[in-house]
Ligand binder design. Sequence first.
Ligand code: PLP
Ligand code: COI
Length: 343
Amino acid sequence: MEKKSIDWANLGFGYVQTDKRYVANYKDGAWDAGTLTEDATITMSECAGVLQYAQTIFEGMKAYTTEDGRTVVFRPELNAQRMVDSALRMEMPPFPVERFLDAIEQVVRANYAYVPPYGSGASLYLRPFMFGSGPVIGVKPSTEYQFRVFSTPVGPYFKGGAKPLTIRVSDFDRAAPNGTGHIKAGLNYAMSLHAIVTAHDEGFDENLYLDAGTHTKVEETGGANFLFVTKDGTIVTPKSGSILPSITRRSLMYVAKEYLGLKTEEREVMMDEVSEFAECGLCGTAAVISPVGKIVDHGKEICFPSGMTEMGPITKKLYDTLTGIQLGRLEAPEGWIREIKIK
Ligand code: PLP
Ligand code: COI
């Protein structure tokens, strides 16, 4: 199959409609067989659970072309499991892990022409999601659901690629203690929209959210976890029950320890200690590792020694190692790379 003629190197993080998507429906207590469809639209009840009470969850993952021309996805079973966890918290019927993996495979294969070539810096972003499609007017879970996976070729999440970001400490909260911050529910993102729009209006790239309970501890941004590097080269990441357990962050902590021989700590990070770190990065599927150069905390600027022009040296090593694994330049830990055979 020929690749599409797309200016891969200049893609941003946007929606490009691709040829096929996977759809399965849940009704009368069971998921149907599921199928690929060319129809990129959805028709449902005006009273659907997703439309009335935001009963929707999603995942985000990427397919890549490796140096030797294989098409691969990165640790998809972790996305499948996280979606099960999200579904249970939202009173939705989990989509089975094996079926999730099969759906991903079908979508990548059907849209092979849109998987960006090796070296382009782009990837095929996969968006599995599930929503309450049946009518509900009392506040309760829907009895009908749709699971869907579409794909779209993407470039860097942040404009400017690897240029260090400037972020602000937000006065808005992202997630409550004992709320839904640890799952990938659409509602977490709906409530961050005002914060991101106002951050952009004020010239910031993103928000740093503090813990909602005390406003003293670093949580995460709207779409990525934090990694900090201490002056003596230890990788520190915030531990909290109300942040998303990022697959990229979990992978980077492993890479830091096992590939780079660095010390790693997952612990509470006080906002007060952030000015002592040497480097800061945002990590996630979309963000990969995006360096942060400056954090503005109510007018007080925290400027990391790594500066505003390049990634810090340890952030760069983490970035090169992770992308090296994803693109097949470095040997991956057992089970991290799932090849999708294109027939
Ligand atoms: N935190 C939030 C709020 C996110 O939306 C994401 C994106 O998925 C992440 C962190 C990063 O998670 P992952 O590395 O699994 O993509
Ligand atoms: C991802 O990294 O896949 C996400 O879902 C983050 C989103 C804000 C684009």
